[in-house]
Unconditional design. Sequence first.
Length: 74
Amino acid sequence: MPTSNPRINVVLEKPIYRHVARLAKRDGVSLSLKVRDLVKEAMEIEEDIALTRIASRREKGFARSRALTHEDIW
């Protein structure tokens, strides 16, 4: 079935290809769908890492004396 979604060609080493193929077979999905799902998962992990860095920087600069209280907000 044709799709209008953008496509990417990827070259994988044989061991990685075989592993992804096994995962796709195990999950009963196409190789393409498995790669898509793995990329999505990797992107979520990257986002978590970036947000953790931001939170860490903010935490280091946190001063309770400058923090707003619950009453200040509401």
